[in-house]
Structure formats: structure tokens, C-alpha cells
Design a protein around this ligand. Structure first.
Ligand code: SAM
Ligand code: SF4
Length: 425
């Protein structure tokens, strides 16, 4: 979501006559697009703002902006700590960036817009990081208020884009050579709940599948287990362009903790969904997010999470230590756990999950997979990098002209996070 927002901000600048330069110290405008989901993300931004003081002293005319979730939640506090910030722009108001730049230049004082009311108008990114695969926001905000999560406070309530506008964006992407779209929302399963269109997420997938010439693959993130419908599971099995990968954050394996998290489902419901998905799409890859060290999490609760991990055998799990977020109910709950307990549980969880991930990856050795070639391996430019339909990154030797094409590759080696392969002739 943040990467997509950064593309929107870049597009607004380019439309207003700006262009990229590599050396940020020479830039006329420097924007930090921020995330508030965990403390580590916020600390990174604070450290960077500290270091930018010297850059601003050397080049006082540079406009330094802080955008996104931290701008929304920290607002004036940021300005107090770093008075050299010129622009503070919240998540619902990105389209106002050019106005804020003008305001800052005319007034000489910092310009701030963190209004909760979303600005009118949509911005379809014209500047995108990839020429092959594109993010497409289908809805903004979240209504779920999971007790640990800051997103509903910084991104506001759910707002679905119209299906017509989404389809138009995707058609244009197909015409300009994109092969894959990833539909974005905090909870894509509740797409349309807030609109009169009577089109739910499964309907939207079917519409995109049937009306997106040139697009070969459709992905989406994130799904909420409480809103996964049988219709969506059927769509996963029936729509040819929808990839065989489902990211379904479980967050915890203990019903006690799931209730405290306000997640709205039980572990039994979650496991039942996985069983149904696997019955419908046998080769589906299932990934998840998990939080350890939630307030009041007992050793038994934690064992329930480990048990869920062993039971479901996720292809990948993104595992986090609970990070108290200001203003959320969980930050004030009794039973906050010491960091060393959270760390120990995190390492224990990672050890179990890593073994599962590597075993699943190794099981793919010898298989032939369709790969969408996305670019070069960032660590070894002599290799290409692409993805299988089930969302594994694969590195292999091949001509640079293959970027943007679908090729077949035999998997020859497997690590925790990526595979290696050989191009089939
Ligand atoms: N909307 C998605 C969902 O419901 O799963 C994901 C949103 S959140 C930006 C991404 C992940 O960050 C969550 O799935 C959760 O695991 C993690 N997360 C959110 N708040 C957190 C917190 N306070 N501490 C640790 N992890 C957190
Ligand atoms: Fe946060 Fe829960 Fe909304 Fe996901 S569904 S963004 S975890 S509140």
C-alpha cells in the first residue's frame, strides 16, 4: 500500500514538471513516505529525519516533506522535533501535494494537511516502479479495528473505488504491456460493502478476469479470514487469471488471543477456510502474518500459535513481535510482555516456520513452472528474477529481453525465500 502511495506521489510531482534525480542531496524536493504499523518503521523515519538536518542546512531551499501514516498520526509533534520539515501530508490527502508545495513556497512556513476527510478525485499512478506488474488500489481504509492496529486511525474508514474506474485502470495497464496486477486493500474481502454497486470482491475478480486483455495474472492482498466467502473460494478455483496464492493473515492460533485482538474468527474457522481453499485449489500457496507477544499471551496461547503453524504448514509466514501502537486498545491492555519474552517466542516461531518454508520450496525442485520475468536479480545482474504463479521468486540465467514475458523454468535449487532455476528451451 505504501509503495503504491509512493507511486501516486511521484506521479503528482512528475505531472507538475518535476523529474527524478539519483542524488537526493541535490534534490529540490525530498519526500519521506512513512508507515506506522510497527515501532521499527517509525524509528527508521525518525533516524532519517535526524540525519537530514545537515542536508537541509547545506541546502535550505530543499523542500522536505513527510507523507503517509506518520504524518497523519504524529503531525505537529514531528514539526516540534524537526522544525525544518516543510510539508506534512496525511494519507487521505495525497492529491493535495502540489497545492502544499505552492503554499509552502508562497508562505515561507511549513504547510500541513492531515484532514481525515478524503480529498475529491482519484489519482491513477502514471509513474510506476515496474513495467511488468502493477499495484491497483481497489479500496482505501479499514473498518475492522483489530485491537493492536493503527491502520483504521491513520487511513480512515473503508471506501471502495467504483468497479468501472478499477476496470479502466487495468485495461490501460494491459494496453501498455503490463502482465500482472495486484489488487490492494486492507481487507479486500469487504470490497463493495460500502457502495450501492452490489458488486462484491468475488464479482470484481470475475469482472477483471473477463475484461483485462493483456493481463495474464491477477493477485490481491490482504484478505481477512472473517470475510472470506464460499463464492470467493470458488472464484479462486474457477477464474483462470487469478493466481494460486492466498495471503490470509491468521495473527494468532489461540482463540483467547484472537478474541482480545478483535479479529472476529476462531482458529477452527481459520483452519476450515484453509481446508476449503486447498480442496478447491490443491496446489495453492498459503501465506500469513503472525504476531507473538500480544498482551496477556500465555505460554499455552503461544503453543497454540505454533500448533496452528504446524497444522496449516504455511508456505511463508511474516512473523512480528507485538508493537504497542499509541491510541490502540492493545497498547493499554494489562499483561504487556517483556521484550525478551517476545524475542524468544519470535525466534522459536521462526525456527519452526523456516523449516516448513524450506521443505515446501525444496519440494518444488524438478518441477516446471510458468514464470513472469520481472527484472534482474538485484544482487547478481547476470541473472533474471521472476515469480511463479504461486508467488515464489525464482532467479535464473536468461536474456534481458525476456523481462516482461512469461517463460517456463525448471526449478533446480531452493532457499528459504527464493528458488533457482533453468530456462526451458
Ligand atoms: N489488513 C491486513 C490484515 O488484516 O491482515 C494487514 C495490515 S497490517 C498493515 C500488516 C501486518 O502487520 C498485520 O497483518 C499484522 O500482522 C502486523 N501488525 C499490525 N499491527 C501490529 C502491531 N501493533 N504489532 C505487531 N505487528 C502488527
Ligand atoms: Fe489493521 Fe485489522 Fe484493518 Fe488489517 S484488518 S488493517 S490488521 S485493523
Amino acid at each position: 500500500m505504501n509503495k503504491c502511495d509512493s507511486e501516486v506521489l511521484a506521479s503528482l510531482l512528475v505531472e507538475n514538471g518535476y523529474s527524478y534525480i539519483d542524488d537526493f542531496q541535490k534534490a529540490d524536493i525530498l519526500l519521506l513516505n512513512t508507515c506506522s504499523v510497527r515501532d521499527t518503521a517509525e524509528r527508521k523515519v525518525l533516524g532519517r529525519l535526524e540525519r537530514l538536518k545537515q542536508v537541509k542546512e547545506k541546502k535550505p531551499d530543499m523542500i522536505l516533506g513527510v507523507c503517509g501514516c506518520m504524518a497523519q498520526s504524529w503531525e505537529k509533534e514531528l514539526l516540534k522535533r524537526f522544525p525544518y520539515i516543510d510539508i506534512i501530508l496525511g494519507t487521505n490527502r495525497l492529491i493535495e501535494l502540489p497545492n502544499l508545495i505552492r503554499e509552502r513556497l508562497n508562505s515561507g512556513v511549513s504547510a500541513i494537511d492531515v484532514l481525515e476527510m478524503p480529498s475529491n478525485g482519484e489519482i491513477i499512478p502514471k509513474v510506476r516502479e515496474s513495467k511488468v506488474t502493477a499495484w491497483v488500489t481497489i479500496m482505501h481504509g479499514c473498518n475492522n479495528f483489530c485491537s493492536y492496529c493503527i491502520v483504521p486511525y491513520v487511513r480512515g474508514r473503508e471506501r471502495s473505488r467504483s468497479s468501472e474506474s478499477i476496470l479502466q485502470e487495468i485495461k490501460k495497464l494491459g494496453e501498455s504491456g503490463y502482465k500482472e496486477v495486484t489488487l490492494l486493500g486492507q481487507n479486500v474481502n469487504s470490497y463493495g460493502f460500502d457502495s450501492d454497486e452490489k458488486i462484491d470482491f468475488a464479482d470484481l475478480l470475475a469482472l477483471i478476469d473477463a475484461n483485462s486483455p493483456g493481463i495474464e495474472r491477477i493477485r490481491f492482498t490482504t484478505s481477512h479470514p472473517k470475510d472470506v466467502s464460499s463464492k470467493l473460494i470458488d472464484a479462486m478455483g474457477e477464474l483462470p487469471k487469478v493466481c494460486n496464492h492466498f495471503h490470509l493473515p491468521a495473527q494468532a492460533g489461540s482463540n483467547n488471543i484472537l478474541e482480545k485482538m478483535n479479529r472476529g474468527y476462531t482458529r477452527e474457522h481459520y483452519i476450515n477456510l484453509i481446508d476449503k481453499l486447498r480442496a478447491k485449489v490443491p496446489d495453492i500457496s498459503i501465506t500469513t502474518d503472525l504476531i507473538v507477544g500480544f498482551p496477556g499471551e500465555t505460554e499455552e496461547d503461544f503453543q497454540d500459535t505454533l500448533d496452528l503453524v504446524r497444522r496449516v504448514e504455511f508456505d511463508v509466514a511474516f512473523c512480528f513481535r507485538f508493537s504497542p501502537r499509541r491510541g490502540t486498545p492493545a497498547a493499554k491492555m494489562d499483561g504487556q510482555l517483556p521484550e525478551e519474552v517476545k524475542m524468544r517466542r519470535l525466534y522459536e516461531l521462526l525456527e519452526i516456520q523456516d523449516k516448513i518454508s524450506i521443505e515446501k520450496n525444496r519440494a518444488m525442485i524438478g518441477q516446471i513452472h510458468e514464470i513472469l520475468v520481472e527484472g534482474q536479480n538485484p544482487k547478481d545482474k547476470s541473472q533474471l528474477s521472476g515469480r511463479t504463479r504461486n508467488n515464489r521468486i525464482v532467479f535464473f540465467t536468461g536474456d534481458i529481453d525476456l523481462i516482461g514475458q512469461l517463460v517456463t523454468v525448471e526449478i533446480t535449487d531452493a532457499g528459504n525465500w527464493s528458488l533457482r532455476g533453468e530456462l526451458c528451451s
